[in-house]
Design a protein around this ligand. Structure first.
Ligand code: OSB
Ligand code: MG
Length: 376
């Protein structure tokens, strides 16, 4: 592949309403758009790091730093044959997975555009449509929460995920079950808000027939999750603890979870995400595609990876309108049927870029050309 230029644009995109988790609240998406240029095509990706190091250790600022100082110069300097060479090239750099993923995903989009094929097919995806769910933040009251659930059920979303934290756990889950019955596909995500000291409370979740409980314990733990899973009927799904296929292998080996949430940013790119997907498939561990409140470009990448066979549980990739009044892709992501997104058939991520909107929202931009940057 002949990549001769990379460009970054940092944008701030307002969220329709604040999104609150056990670790804090966000009101806008702080995004770095990455563009990878060959002679006549451009690949796009979007960094998913939060503005603060509260989900993981990365931030929008550290992603920019890593891209500018290490990742872009090296990619432009050394060049690659195929997208999988990118993760290989960056493997000696510790962590910074969201920074690595942002660049790697732009290369994958470019690669599929050069081949004239949809990204989903290039990644090995076979599905023409994917089932999707929605993630609901911590709300001001049970009543507001129930109203939100009702609206999303009307859209046909195939999985309702509610955020929980100490003081907002059994009560909201019980209220949802009471109002909407035992059959709606419901799960809870704790974002690491509990410890094994809360075992009794977490075990009480078993009575609500949840699809799973996501990351109840520490962000860097698998041992305690294994202890908890041994005593809980509800399947545990890991998110924050799993950064690589190797992490997944270890978690599966000690029975720390029965399901894994794959976020391409968290695991350092699409190549690693496919590796993790395949490993989970071999071990009968279903996966689903998580989200980081992505704007359209990230959403499009999520749709592509979720077309792989072992993404057998509806993911968090909802329609653009779930979070944004206006999206940075054209058309925006919509449900083609209740709870269903059609996987695009156009080359690459399969959506056009709303460059006009991106330019309007830009707070910082930089272009890096081969032969004018040097790798340290
Ligand atoms: O834990 O899955 C999470 C958003 C930001 C950070 C972490 C998480 C989330 C979500 C939202 O749950 C998923 C989405 O709709 O994109
Ligand atoms: Mg999560």
């Amino acid at each position: 592949m002949d990549i001769n230029q990379i460009a970054l644009q940092r944008i701030k995109l307002p969220l329709k309403s604040p999104f609150e988790t056990s670790f804090g609240k966000v009101t806008e998406k702080d995004i770095i758009i990455v563009k990878a240029f060959s002679d006549d095509k451009v690949g796009f990706a979007e960094s998913v790091a939060m503005p603060y190091p509260i989900y993981n250790e990365e931030t929008t600022g550290t992603v920019w730093h890593m891209l500018e100082k290490y990742l872009i110069p090296q990619l432009l300097d050394k060049g690659i044959q195929e997208p999988k060479d990118v993760s290989e090239m960056f493997s000696y750099i510790r962590r910074n997975n969201m920074a690595k993923a942002a660049l790697e995903m732009a290369v994958w989009d470019l690669y599929s555009k050069l081949k004239g094929q949809p990204l989903s097919a290039v990644l090995g995806g076979k599905r023409s449509e994917i089932e999707v769910g929605v993630s609901i933040g911590i709300e001001d009251s049970i009543e507001t929460l129930l109203n939100r659930v009702e609206g999303f059920l009307e859209n046909g979303y195939k999985k309702i995920k509610v955020k929980i934290k100490p003081g907002w756990d059994l009560e909201p889950v019980e209220a949802i079950r009471k109002k909407f019955g035992d059959q709606i596909p419901l799960m809870a995500d704790a974002n690491s808000a509990y410890s094994l000291n809360d075992k009794q409370l977490l075990k009480e979740l078993d009575q609500f027939n949840l699809m799973m409980v996501e990351q109840p314990l520490a962000h860097d733990d698998i041992i305690d999750h294994a202890k908890l899973q041994a005593e809980m009927k509800t399947p545990i799904c890991l998110d924050e603890s799993i950064h690589s296929a190797e992490d997944a292998r270890k978690a599966i080996e000690i029975n720390a979870c029965k399901i894994i949430n794959i976020k391409v940013g968290r695991v350092g790119g699409l190549t690693e995400a496919i590796k993790m997907h395949d490993l989970c498939e071999e071990n009968n561990i279903p996966v689903w595609c998580g989200g980081m409140l992505e704007a359209g470009i990230g959403r499009a990448h999520n749709i592509a990876i979720a077309s792989l066979s072992n993404f057998s549980i509806p993911g968090d990739t909802s329609a653009s309108s779930r979070y944004f009044d206006e999206d940075i892709i054209l058309p925006e992501v919509t449900l083609s049927k209740p709870g269903i997104i059609t996987v695009p058939e156009q080359p690459g991520i399969g959506f056009d870029i709303n460059q006009e909107l991106i330019d309007k929202l830009t707070v910082n931009e930089q272009v890096y050309k081969r032969d004018t940057v040097t790798f340290y």
